[in-house]
Ligand binder design. Structure first.
Ligand code: MG
Length: 338
């Protein structure tokens, strides 16, 4: 089966910055189409993937798609045995196969999985790193969202959150993107929690599980692992170190593995966040179909770009509303803006 693909440049409304990476104005995603099913993948250098590695992987994996495409679990198992890693490419294929199956059966993905579309938690909206006054301005612009996710991991972390508290009383999720040492994290979390920071994501290095455990033992708010967890097999060892895990389709290789992470995490009594990279409404809407199963939703990046090629989920009272169309349920926008 042929995999049609194209590279799409998503233009960011605001240049986006996190603790370990400089400002981006554009992010590239790979869009795929398989027998009418649509998928998308935003490869991340942090996980060793680029547009080029995705293209190469798609070529290598295409011959695995010659059998029964409805049997997505089998196809994905075959992809994993044909090629290790390359979860960004596999995620795009997995997404396209789910979209294709939903369209074939005439049902949205949430119905395929027996989920309640009204059970989606409110989504947070991400405020990227900048000077405190620019972050204040971004916060004012985020008036439609009930929760803010604030990127931290700087020397100014407390000043940033205090500045935001001057302009909002909304709950804040903080994300340090691996930037703090364990002791620094404990000290900062003790000061951030009284300011209404409800959870902290990935305070310390991805492989520093002892550090995460130390932080959790000395903090009163939930600690969520992001960079430390990619696939379901990463979850059991994290169960004693954090309170929850952040799932992203591009890290884990698609919806099949995301569902597996959800089941393993629940078996270990962990909380679950569904997150994203910079991606369009296609990737965001695909992930959104799983959100009736999670505690925290951080699916906002389609709102951070000015040339979204698709429309899919919509926002109402701070919650993502799943489209009631077959498959992922996105439609191509008539005119792509520049
Ligand atoms: Mg994160």
């Amino acid at each position: 089966m042929r995999i049609h693909h194209r590279v799409v440049d998503l233009k960011l409304l605001h240049p986006f910055k996190i603790a370990r990476r400089a400002v981006d104005e554009y992010r590239q995603v790979v869009s795929v189409e398989i027998d009418g099913g649509l998928g998308e993948s935003p490869p991340a250098r942090f996980y060793g993937e680029t547009v080029e590695t995705v293209r190469t992987a798609l070529e290598i994996l295409a011959p695995c798609l010659d059998g029964n495409l409805d049997a997505i679990q089998c196809v994905m198992a075959e992809l994993h045995s044909a090629l290790g890693g390359n979860y960004a490419a596999k995620s795009a294929i997995d997404m396209a196969l789910h979209d294709r199956l939903g369209k074939t059966l005439g049902v949205p993905l949430y119905r395929l999985w027996g989920l309640d579309p009204n059970a989606t938690p409110p989504t947070s909206y991400t405020i990227g790193l900048d000077s405190p006054d620019v972050m204040q301005q971004k916060t004012r612009e985020a008036k439609d969202y009930a929760i803010l996710k604030v990127k931290l991991g700087t020397r100014q972390d407390l000043q940033i959150v205090r500045a935001l508290r001057e302009v909002t009383d909304k709950p804040i999720y903080a994300d340090a993107n691996t930037a703090w040492s364990p002791k620094e994290a404990v000290r900062k979390i003790r000061e951030l929690a009284p300011l209404g920071v409800d959870i902290v994501e990935q305070p310390t290095a991805a492989d520093d599980l002892e550090g995460l455990k130390y932080i959790r033992e000395h903090s009163d708010i939930p600690i969520i692992a992001d960079e430390s967890v990619k696939r379901a097999a990463d979850v059991p060892v994290l169960a004693d170190c954090v309170d929850g895990v952040n799932i992203k389709l591009v890290k884990c290789g698609g919806l099949v593995e995301a569902m597996r992470i959800i089941n393993v995490a629940r078996a270990h009594k962990l909380q679950i966040m569904m997150g994203c990279m910079i991606e369009s409404s296609l990737g965001i809407t695909a992930a959104a179909h799983l959100t009736p199963l999670v505690d925290y939703v951080d699916l906002d990046s389609h709102l951070l770009i000015s040339n979204d090629p698709y429309s899919g989920v919509t926002l109402k009272d701070g919650r993502l509303i799943l489209p009631n169309r077959p498959g992922i349920g996105v439609v191509q926008r008539a005119v792509e803006q520049d």
